[in-house]
Structure formats: structure tokens, C-alpha cells
Design a protein around this ligand. Structure first.
Ligand code: SF4
Length: 279
């Protein structure tokens, strides 16, 4: 085997391999550093505020005011941590960034009443072994519905997919249903994506068939990763993601040079310039 296998796969890594095998390799195998993304940073901030809201407040206390107080607590935790140091926001950019996160929190309250949610856990790390494949994922929120059934909720802070892409995005959701069933022994009755930007909720009911399909797809992706490692053959797939790809300097499809990738054990380069702030 020429390239080492990645140690595990997550839903985002599975979709990264399908989007562009070369970008997957550079991230998951070569482990080249990526610049901080303001989109991801905003997601982390809003997720943390919602986690504090759900975890530290009982039903009846989960108000918009409590959510904003949670956001205030989350801001220094998330934005002043070492992982986001390269974002280097100016005071004005930081204020606009936090104000937009507050809008997303307000939008959240139009999708559900958090006081009705019977939370079992937030940011739950689940993992399972399928043969040589180690699958892992983090569930934003696990709860019980009125019938005592499990519900998985995933918060999204980016734009909701168009109808044409909706089913593709739900594949990730089925992934969480699969992990939940494999680790906890119970299939969730429902999995929902709460898109906070629009705001809209997309919900689906996992079935025996959807879980089986997910298992087959994931196993097929893992076999393809194993083959690509054996042959050291991860091909670029130019498309809409190239414009914001962190690995352009290494990608021959956009004029980069793959031979610049450091060999295993060599010092890693500094990440590329951070992505611009979202408008
Ligand atoms: S620039 Fe495009 S084709 Fe190249 S690695 Fe990045 S996403 Fe893939």
C-alpha cells in the first residue's frame, strides 16, 4: 500500500471523497492544514450557543434572551481560541460576525420551541467499526419525542440546499441515523435538519432500507479509498468547490503541483490565507 489509509471516516469525509478525491487525500491522508473558515467558525459559535441553551436551561427557561446570553458566553470561548487565531477579525468584523450569529439564533426560535424539546444529549460523539472501516460522527442533538422515540437534530448555519440537492444532503442525515442505531441499538424515529439561515426544517424518517443503503454506500466509498491508497491514485474533480479549495497550490487541475506535498514525517506548511468573510 503506497499511501496510508485514513484512520476513520466521518459523514463530511465521505462527502469530501465523493466531491473530489484529491482534496480528500490532501486533507484526510496528507493532513495538510486548512485555513480557518469564517463559515465553519460561525457554525461552531451558533452550535455552542444552542448547546449552552439546551444544556444549562430547563424547559420553560429556554428563551431568546437566554439564547443571546449563551451566545455572549460562547463568543470568547470560540473566537479567541487558538484554532481560530488566523481569522484575525477586526473589531467591526467581529461585531458584524456576532450580530449575524444572533440573527441565526433568533431564526432558530421560528423553527421550534426549545422548551418542548426533551434533550438526551448534545454534541454526542458516536463511532462504530464495520470491518476495517472506523466510522465516526458527532450528533448535534439527540432527544425524545412525545412518544418516547429518538429524534436526531442537526443544525445548519449555511444556506439550505435547493430541492435538487435536498436528497443528497439528507444522505448525511441518514448517516447519523445509522450511527445512532449501530451504537445505541435503536433507530431514530425521525432525523431533522434545522437550517437557521432561511429558516426551514427538513425532516426525514429513516427506514430499514435507508440504513441499509447508507451502509452499502459507505462501505463502497471505503473500498474506493482503499483502492486509491493502494494505487496512490486520488484524482482531482474540478467543480464549484475549486474556488474556495484550500489545496489549489497542490492541485494539477488548477495549475498547482502535487509534488509540493510534503512526504510523510516532513514538516507541514502553514495553511493558506483564510477564506474571506461571508457577506
Ligand atoms: S482545486 Fe478543485 S479539483 Fe483541485 S483539489 Fe481542490 S476541489 Fe479538487
Amino acid at each position: 500500500m503506497t499511501l496510508p489509509l485514513p484512520t476513520s471516516l466521518s459523514p463530511s469525509k465521505v462527502s469530501s471523497f465523493k466531491d473530489c478525491a484529491l482534496a480528500f487525500r490532501l486533507s484526510a491522508i496528507d493532513r495538510l492544514p486548512e485555513p480557518s473558515s469564517p463559515y465553519a467558525a460561525k457554525g461552531t459559535l451558533v452550535h455552542r450557543a444552542l448547546q449552552l441553551l439546551m444544556f444549562e436551561h430547563d424547559p420553560g427557561e429556554r428563551t431568546p434572551g437566554a439564547a443571546h446570553a449563551a451566545l455572549e458566553r460562547a463568543v470568547p470561548e470560540v473566537l479567541d481560541g487558538p484554532e481560530l487565531a488566523d481569522l484575525a477579525l477586526t473589531p467591526e468584523e467581529r461585531a458584524a460576525f456576532v450580530a449575524d450569529a444572533a440573527v441565526l439564533l433568533d431564526n432558530y426560535f421560528t423553527l421550534e420551541d426549545p422548551n418542548d424539546v426533551q434533550v438526551l444529549g448534545t454534541e454526542l460523539f458516536l463511532s462504530v467499526h464495520l470491518g476495517t472501516l472506523h466510522l465516526r460522527g458527532i450528533i448535534d442533538r439527540l432527544e425524545l419525542d412525545a412518544n418516547g422515540e429518538l429524534v436526531v437534530t442537526d443544525y445548519k448555519t449555511g444556506r439550505a440546499p435547493s430541492e435538487a440537492y435536498e436528497q443528497t444532503k439528507l444522505v448525511g442525515v441518514h448517516f447519523y441515523a445509522f450511527l445512532c442505531e449501530a451504537v445505541l441499538g435503536r433507530r431514530p424515529a425521525r432525523v431533522q435538519l434545522l437550517h437557521l439561515r432561511e429558516p426551514i426544517a427538513i425532516s426525514t424518517v429513516p427506514s430499514e432500507q435507508s440504513i441499509r443503503g447508507l451502509r452499502q454506500q459507505t462501505t463502497a466509498v471505503w473500498s474506493a479509498v482503499e483502492r486509491a491508497c493502494e494505487r496512490e491514485d486520488f484524482r482531482p474533480k474540478p467543480g464549484r468547490l475549486c474556488a474556495t479549495c484550500a489545496y489549489r497550490a497542490y492541485c494539477p487541475a488548477v495549475g498547482g503541483d502535487l509534488s509540493l506535498v510534503p512526504r510523510p514525517g516532513a514538516a507541514l506548511p502553514a495553511p493558506a490565507t483564510p477564506l474571506p468573510l461571508p457577506a
